[in-house]
Ligand binder design. Sequence first.
Ligand SMILES: NC(=O)c1ccc[n+]([C@@H]2O[C@H](COP(=O)([O-])OP(=O)(O)OC[C@H]3O[C@@H](n4cnc5c(N)ncnc54)[C@H](O)[C@@H]3O)[C@@H](O)[C@H]2O)c1
Ligand SMILES: *[C@@H]1O[C@H](CO)[C@@H](O)[C@H](O)[C@H]1NC(C)=O
Length: 305
Amino acid sequence: MTELAKTVTGFLAVFYYWIESIVLFFVPVRLKAKDISGELVLVTGAGSGLGRSTALKFAEKGCNLVLWDISTKGNEETAAMIREKGVKAYTYEVDVTSSEAVYEVAAKVKKDAGIVTIVVNNAGIVAGKSILDLEEKSIRKVFDVNVLAHFWVIKAFLPDMLEKDHGHLVTISSLAGLGGSARLTDYCASKFAAHGLMDALQVELHAEGRKNIHTTVICPFFINTGMFNGATTRIFSNLEPDFVAEEVITSVMCNKSLVLIPRFFHILYQLKILMPARSVLALHDATGGTDSMAKFTGRNSKKVQ
Ligand SMILES: NC(=O)c1ccc[n+]([C@@H]2O[C@H](COP(=O)([O-])OP(=O)(O)OC[C@H]3O[C@@H](n4cnc5c(N)ncnc54)[C@H](O)[C@@H]3O)[C@@H](O)[C@H]2O)c1
Ligand SMILES: *[C@@H]1O[C@H](CO)[C@@H](O)[C@H](O)[C@H]1NC(C)=O
């Protein structure tokens, strides 16, 4: 193809996919969703909260699960709940911040369970302090868990997906990965980074012609899991983990690349890009977002050390 033809077909494709996505928006999920039964799904941080709920939803769709967590107790509980659904669950105690541990356990997973075709990078931590109160060690830890670990996990599992020409990489970022928030400088920076990683990876896979390896970034509002205990806003209520997990599964089955939960936040996100900065800050005041972390206690302040 000549360079001119490439440019013209590229621009035509822009409009084609735009129209296709508008049409698909009106098609019911059950008609457009891909079949994921029988896939082997890895969920990191599967021992509690959203990781557990998401693993259970995948089990309900007939997937077998590989569960990773730093805490064995929670992970075993999740596994027992999954086996009740009649699918397989393999548990591993892994600290995802250690690249050696990730590669070593990934090799074990392949031997025990086979090739992982869906990866959900879900494990995450939060400190919830203003920038001058954050200790250097704690900032590094947040980056280690919330973004660097994703590199180790993707590097461990992507090669087999490429080999099979089949796979899906999912990252649990946050609305904090799309907009700033007080007392979350480290967390927002790490979640923006996780979002950036996936955005770039999607373009890289596209550049390599990998149409059957999909990426999904999930950006939820506060969820009632304990991680953000005490955090609230005036007008939006916190989400239930089951609701978010259902959205995760639907997004994967429909190959969505960026998903804000609740969906209404897609509108606010577009507005944020258009609005002047002072209007954005005023919107934080109006919704109670400015003080959302004022009463934050978190799950366990000892977790970030
Ligand atoms: N809770 C919220 O309000 C909220 C909102 C938006 C996004 N998120 C994101 O959702 C994801 C899940 O959060 P959650 O609310 O279920 O939290 P959670 O604390 O309930 O679960 C996190 C899990 O990750 C595990 N984990 C932590 N560090 C680990 C490590 N180094 N190696 C392996 N496992 C580790 C923990 O043991 C825990 O089981 C996180 O990435 C979080 O940032 C949460
Ligand atoms: C999602 O991707 C799979 C595999 O590449 C494809 O078969 C399916 O049609 C896609 N579904 C949607 C809704 O895009």
